[in-house]
Design a protein around this ligand. Structure first.
Ligand code: BTN
Length: 264
């Protein structure tokens, strides 16, 4: 499939796409991490969100995942981008909630581009049949105008062999799910969907997260960082994005952890 993301190397194309998206675009053929770059830009912003609003790369040399993990993607295979949004006073700007909303934006963009079957796994994974195709990272920044930086990595063109062996069974790409997608088109559509959930009050977004969730209503095991594991039924989301589970000892709020559905 033709993939037009690298056309962003041309200043005229960047400026045309920036106008179309209504925000500035900074493109890198290769960078350590779009998230680090966007956080640096956000920290140095003045009193208004100026350009660029999204940093995008064809390749990352030190991509960041959640926790201490790295995000690895061979050059040219993935959509790797970080968007800068002004921090709002409402719950949607809490990093936990923003990650969930960004997941909704990803599944909406994939649906719109004809890639069906994507599901959301708390807190920040987009999956197809239990295999991860995308992840979201949210950071609040202060200094200058307070902002939220949303980083998203989507596996677009990878073949199975292009995933590290240890992750192969748990990973997938849009191409492996029969989704032929141009990364530039995905960037445009996803930006539109992110703006809708992050800058508008969208009452349908969290209900849509629940309906696309792989875990709500199921018996789950939660491995918490630095704490004992818990098992219970995943009940719902709290307004701050925490996962509410019903254990044998009562309800618990989970802020971080690895969730697996019991028996899967
Ligand atoms: C996760 O662990 O699931 C979150 C992965 C987020 C990866 C994206 S790729 C674009 C942006 N830049 C980074 O360094 N990380 C995020």
């Amino acid at each position: 499939m033709d993939d037009r993301l690298a056309l962003l190397a041309d200043a005229a194309v960047v400026s045309a796409i920036g106008l179309k998206l209504g925000r500035g675009v900074e493109y890198h053929a290769r960078i350590d991490s779009t998230q680090d770059r966007a956080r640096e830009l956000a920290t140095n912003l003045g009193t208004a969100i100026t350009v660029p609003g999204v940093v995008v790369a064809n390749e990352q040399l030190a991509g960041r995942g959640t926790g201490d993990r790295v995000w690895v993607a061979p050059s040219g295979t993935s959509l790797l981008a970080s968007w800068i949004f002004p921090l709002a006073a409402s719950a949607r700007s809490l990093p936990g909630t923003a990650s969930l909303l960004a997941g909704v934006a990803v599944v909406r963009a994939l649906d719109a581009l004809g890639v069906t079957g994507s599901m959301l796994k708390w807190p920040n994974d987009v999956q197809f049949a239990g295999r991860k195709a995308a992840g979201v990272l949210a950071h609040a920044t202060s200094g200058g105008l307070p902002t939220l930086v949303i980083g998203i990595g989507i596996n677009v063109h990878q073949s199975a062999e292009e995933f590290p062996e240890a992750l192969r069974k748990r990973s997938t790409s849009l191409a492996l799910e029969d989704g032929r997608v141009d990364r530039l088109e995905l960037l445009s559509r996803l930006t539109r969907e992110l703006v809708q959930v992050m800058e508008g009050e969208d009452p349908t977004a969290l209900p849509q997260w629940r309906s696309r969730s792989t875990i709500i209503g199921k018996q789950v095991l939660v491995e918490r960082p630095g704490g004992p594991s818990l098992s219970g039924v995943a009940l719902d989301l709290a307004p701050d994005g925490a996962l509410l589970i019903q254990t044998a000892y009562g309800p618990e709020r989970i802020l971080a952890g690895e969730v697996t559905v019991s028996g899967e």
